[in-house]
Design a protein around this ligand. Structure first.
Ligand code: NAD
Ligand code: TYD
Length: 350
């Protein structure tokens, strides 16, 4: 069946993998990638699909109400897969208002445009909101986040995502807008902006720079390979039940310090360095304020209902990820230097 799908944030890390998967797997769908190209958006992530017949890039900001209204009227999107967001916890601590604006107001503007376009004519329509496990707050030493865990966000990032989830559900309850939400654990893989733990540390190891471990390094995250997240999004989009939430996780908990040591071992091997060389770069630094101790997802619902589970082990996924960064050193260098921002100018405005 043919559909017009708006994917927001498609030039970012996870969004670019979702756009590629949909453009390649569903030639009957028309995929519109809407992205403001903030510091985190990089069209170089999508050069392999940019000339596909079923792909269109739209440069725009989800907080620009008139613009969003106009593109919904022009293109009549049947479905929205909403990933655009400010996504880095550390940035949310220094600039919380930017997170409220994009993550809360931006989501509401999209919901409103979708509601106003289709009114009550909801057949085959869907608003898919991509969210995070951080909305549930922090776990102690034991337990897992399920879909019924109460929201208890601790950072401005997670509070803004929690709020956006509530608005999506409110539009469902109040206006009958069809929606699904998924809350996923920490992703890693190719094309992740090097401010997040894994790509930052890969880049620092390559360049013999110190590895800044927050606090005692005993914080725990549940890591998922980004392609497995994209596959889960495809499944939830096509088979998820209206008004349901799906938790997505890697069944893969690591304390930061253990993960960093594994990364150092793999990097030493791949760079042909002496064993233990990269570990010497580890430096304990001041902790992040409000740092959540532990996240871990119970992904049994998506496993049982939709048959999803991660396809790679962490060791395999991490190895593939390091290989990608080592073969794409230029991608990293262009980000670190800011040169990637010229790509849009050259590609779209000349
Ligand atoms: P990212 O920061 O890599 O990408 C975000 C994208 O959104 C960028 O391309 C950016 O240009 C775009 N964007 C930001 N503000 C915008 C605006 N106002 N208008 C239009 N576009 C805008 O983020 P990511 O890590 O790919 O995360 C994508 C989504 O998945 C987010 O909603 C995030 O909350 C969620 N998520 C991320 C993770 C993770 O580990 N990275 C885990 C679970 C959920
Ligand atoms: P991050 O990749 O920022 O994801 P999130 O905060 O959304 O979980 O961080 C992952 C973990 O790594 C988190 O516990 C914070 C820690 N961390 C460091 O110890 N040092 C760093 O430089 C960064 C960026 C993160």
């Amino acid at each position: 069946m043919s559909k017009k799908i708006l994917i927001t944030g498609g030039a970012g890390f996870i969004g670019s993998h979702v756009v590629r998967l949909f453009v390649n797997n569903y030639p009957n769908y028309q995929i519109f990638n809407l992205d403001a190209l903030t510091y985190a958006g990089n069209l170089e992530n999508l050069t392999d699909v940019e000339s596909s017949a079923n792909y269109t890039f739209l440069k725009g900001d989800i907080t620009d109400e008139d613009y969003i209204k106009s593109i919904f009227e022009t293109h009549q999107f049947d479905n929205v897969i909403h990933l655009a967001a400010e996504s880095h916890v550390d940035r949310s601590i220094t600039d919380p208002l930017a997170f409220a604006k994009t993550n809360i107001l931006g989501t509401m503007i999209l919901l409103n445009a979708f509601k106003n376009l289709w009114q009550d004519n909801w057949q085959d329509k869907l608003f898919y909101h991509v969210s995070t496990d951080e909305v549930y707050g922090t776990l102690g030493e034991t337990g897992l986040f399920t879909e019924s865990t109460s929201y208890d966000p601790n950072s401005p990032y997670s509070a803004s995502k929690a709020s956006s989830d509530h608005f999506v559900r409110a539009y469902g309850e109040t206006y009958g807008l069809p929606y699904v939400i998924s809350n996923c654990s920490n992703n890693y893989g190719a094309n992740q902006f090097p401010e997040k733990l894994i790509p930052l540390f890969i880049n620092n190891i390559i360049n013999n720079k110190s590895l800044p471990v927050y606090g005692d390094g005993k914080y725990t995250r549940d890591w998922l390979y980004v392609l497995d997240h994209a596959i889960a999004i495809d499944l939830v989009f096509h088979k998820g039940k209206n008004e349901e939430t799906y938790n997505i996780g890697g069944f893969n908990e690591w304390q930061n310090i253990d993960l960093i040591k594994l990364l150092c071992v793999q990097m030493d091997k791949k760079l042909g360095r002496k064993e233990g060389e990269s570990e010497k770069l580890i430096t304990y630094v001041k902790d992040r304020p409000g740092h959540d101790l532990r996240y871990a997802i119970d992904a049994s619902k998506i496993n049982k209902e939709l048959g999803w589970r991660p396809s790679v082990t962490f060791e395999q996924g991490l190895s593939k990820t390091i290989d990608w960064y080592l073969s794409n050193i230029e991608w990293m260098e262009r980000i670190v230097s800011g040169a990637y921002e010229d790509y849009y100018q050259n590609q779209y405005t000349k």
